[in-house]
Design a binder for this molecule. Structure first.
Ligand code: GYE
Length: 344
């Protein structure tokens, strides 16, 4: 009797020991799975894994750009998308890119919030053998081999288009030789779109001695900041003839500020409004004569990036820069058809 109790106890202890070993083993395997960081590998082995670092969600344009990425890099199209929103912080983008490298994605796509400061992390991607595709904005690096290609807009041309439209408009209205007071709302400091649009517009402005740039200030591509900056300008300058706003969201904010100041805008108003992007809401205002001109910036870049990836997959040579198609919209060409087709 005594002996059988003893044997039972040994059996229970043995069972407990076996269970403990099994438990530790399972935990250990789980840990290794974490270290490997490859949750997608087994089910998604033949999909192309793309890590996308989006810079933020500051504007309607950006929302449309994000949607374009998310609608393109889908399972049905053969992709596995890892998406990260950096909320306007370069350090968050660097972190996201490092995590893409450690997950060994097939491609890194990113929209750099500013142009400078990318060498180290891009070098890390290069050493890991992961091709980097820039989307929307560019980087300022000496070693161009740090990225494969850039798909985006020709920002200098956009700025020039704004300047040339103003030249034509002043000529048409017989004011080509009159003094013109201009204020400029600039996007995120140090971003390609801000730098290029400023350069383009100023290259035209410098040919006109009668164009006076009263002020040029950063308003971060947001409506709230556009409103704040415009309010300040309206307080400082009693005679503003033209507002050049580097995106639609800043324009919306500026229009609120101008409205409150009692001044009128647009085709029949005191202040000429030049905007950039061409979102649905802004084009509706162009059609209503509130915004004089909107220089289109095309956010539908997902497909373009996907085309580049397909070319790389086929071993084809790609160009260093691809520009998307873009138009200029005034009251003369924003038709109902244009408005109904504009999805963003
Ligand atoms: O115009 C603006 C956005 O870089 C082209 O960034 C992009 C710009 C766009 O927030 O609305």
């Amino acid at each position: 009797m005594k002996q059988s109790i003893h044997i039972n106890r040994i059996a229970v202890l043995l069972l407990a020991a076996v269970l403990l070993v099994l438990l530790l083993l399972g935990w250990g395997l789980g840990m290794f799975a974490d270290i490997e960081e490859e949750p997608y590998v087994s089910e998604d082995a033949d999909r192309i894994v793309v890590g996308v670092s989006q810079l933020g969600s500051e504007s309607m344009w950006r929302t449309a750009n994000t949607e374009s990425v998310q609608n393109t890099f889908t399972q049905q199209n053969g992709y596995f998308l890892i998406f990260n929103n950096a909320r306007q912080k370069q350090e968050n983008q660097i972190k996201a890119i490092r995590s893409f490298i450690s997950q060994r994605v097939d491609y890194i796509v990113f929209s750099p919030v500013v142009e400078t400061g990318w060498e180290t992390v891009l070098q890390e991607a290069k050493e890991a053998g992961i091709p980097v595709i820039l989307m929307d904005r560019n980087v300022d690096v000496e070693d161009k081999s740090l990225y494969v290609t850039c798909v985006g807009s020709d920002f200098v041309t956009e700025g020039e288009k704004a300047g040339h439209w103003l030249e034509d408009d002043l000529r048409r209205s017989g004011r080509a030789d009159e003094d013109v007071n201009i204020v400029v709302l600039k996007g995120t400091e140090g971003s390609s779109s801000q730098i290029g649009r400023t350069r383009g517009f100023f290259s035209v402005a410098q040919d006109h001695d009668n164009w006076h740039i009263l002020a040029q200030e950063y308003a971060d591509f947001t409506s709230a900041k556009g409103r704040e900056v415009m309010e300040g300008m309206l307080k400082r300058y009693s005679q503003i003839d033209v507002v050049v706003s580097q995106n639609d969201d800043m324009t919306f904010g500026a229009l609120e500020a101008i409205g409150e100041s009692g001044r009128s805008v647009g085709v029949n108003g005191d202040i000429t409004v030049i905007s950039v992007d061409g979102t649905h809401e802004a084009l509706a205002m162009v059609a209503d004569g509130v915004i004089n001109v909107d220089i289109e910036c095309n956010p539908d870049q997902g497909e373009y990036v996907s085309d580049v990836i397909r070319m790389l997959e086929n071993g084809e040579q790609v160009e260093k820069q691809y520009y998307v198609d873009e138009d200029v919209f005034t009251i003369d060409n924003v038709t109902q058809d244009v408005l109904s087709k504009r999805s963003y």
